[in-house]
Design a protein around this ligand. Structure first.
Ligand SMILES: NC(=O)c1ccc[n+]([C@@H]2O[C@H](COP(=O)([O-])OP(=O)(O)OC[C@H]3O[C@@H](n4cnc5c(N)ncnc54)[C@H](O)[C@@H]3O)[C@@H](O)[C@H]2O)c1
Length: 320
């Protein structure tokens, strides 16, 4: 298949591209290297991909319009490009609007002109549900941050184009993805970095927040299966095991052999209190189920972050 992956240099996008190339597909990656986190980390994510046969990366901002040559002949399009994370979305709304709404619109406009298209998989988020995101896809969508709101707007844009022009859309709502290459703004990355470097873990809330975490390879497997899932459907993608943030820190203490130094901060506006995906629908439709136990997934993430530290990459990030 000819695949297009937007957000290809990001955490999930780079893993997805690797999987698709390994499966023998031709992959066009698109990324504009937003400044959400440093470019060198994204370059690091795709360093192994760049020389691979079957992979090409186009540096392009989708919100500026999508030239037809980038998507011409595509069979599967995976739209992962976005401004993620909720904190910045309160004070930088224009960037979220541009990268999550306008960019999605421009992509959809281009895809109208691609008759080969078999699926457009849109990477959405549990944040469309809002503060309580425990359940199945029938939960009400009440985003509690501008981030969630712009991602929900992207979902609706996809639906509108599906209804008006027959675009073959499938929507995935990811729940807290973790593992190697996790974004440096994400909680587990910061917990592990603090544990490995003797830093302080700044915990927002009291640690009782419940999370249903998704290991990266399970997330990628679900995303690949979505490319043949029933058109028009929306699926939760989550890890199955529910844990509190405090329990995760205890597991990370064991894995790193270090005692956490904690500083408690007030919850951030828009923080989700509980996330736990009911993934029964995705299992029924595609046979997918999460495979990676939390302890194993966290061990992989710790090993990866150790290697980042050993290569001095973290120091480079701090310097730059
Ligand atoms: N990581 C998670 O836990 C999680 C959870 C729920 C949903 N998601 C969704 O999954 C997707 C990927 O998330 P991630 O964690 O890999 O984020 P990421 O920031 O690592 O990757 C997103 C990539 O998109 C690129 N990008 C942004 N705007 C673009 C534009 N206009 N044109 C081209 N490229 C652009 C960025 O440069 C970045 O490399 C996002 O859509 C996000 O909303 C992620």
């Amino acid at each position: 298949m000819k695949c297009v992956v937007t957000g290809a240099a990001g955490f999930i996008g780079s893993h997805l591209c690797e999987r698709l190339v390994a499966d023998g597909h031709e992959v066009i990656g698109i990324d504009c290297f937003t400044d959400y986190y440093p470019r060198w980390i994204k370059e690091h994510n795709i360093a192994g991909l760049r020389p691979r046969r079957g992979f090409q990366l186009w540096e392009h901002d989708l919100s500026a319009g999508v030239p037809l040559e980038l998507v011409q002949g595509a069979h599967w399009v995976f739209h992962l490009a976005a401004m993620p994370g909720l904190v910045r979305s309160w004070h930088d709304f224009d960037s979220y609007n541009r990268h999550n709404v306008t960019a999605t619109h421009r992509l959809l406009e281009a895809l109208r002109q691609v008759p080969t298209l078999q699926r457009l998989v849109y990477a959405s988020t549990s944040s469309v549900y809002g503060r309580y995101a425990s359940g199945d896809e029938s939960m009400p969508t009440r985003p509690s941050s501008p981030y969630g709101l712009t991602k929900l707007a992207g979902e609706h844009l996809c639906r509108v184009y599906a209804e008006a022009f027959g675009l073959p859309v499938v929507i995935l709502r990811y729940f807290s993805v973790y593992g190697p290459r996790q974004r440096p703004d994400m909680g587990y990355f910061q917990f592990v970095e603090a544990l490995l470097t003797g830093g302080v873990i700044r915990l927002t809330g009291d640690g009782t927040q419940i999370r249903g975490n998704t290991y990266i390879s399970d997330c990628v497997e679900a995303t690949v299966r979505a490319a043949t899932a029933m058109v028009g459907e929306t699926f939760n993608v989550g890890g199955g095991e529910l844990v509190s943030v405090a329990e995760v820190i205890r597991v990370l203490e064991r894995l790193t052999g270090q005692r956490a130094r904690l500083e408690y901060l007030p919850p951030r506006p828009g923080d989700q209190l509980a996330t736990g995906a009911d993934v029964g629908k995705l299992t029924r439709h595609t046979g997918w189920s999460p495979r990676t136990p939390l302890i194993e997934g966290l061990a992989h993430q710790v090993a990866w972050q150790r290697s980042l530290l050993q290569t001095g990459a973290i120091a480079l990030r701090k310097a730059g």
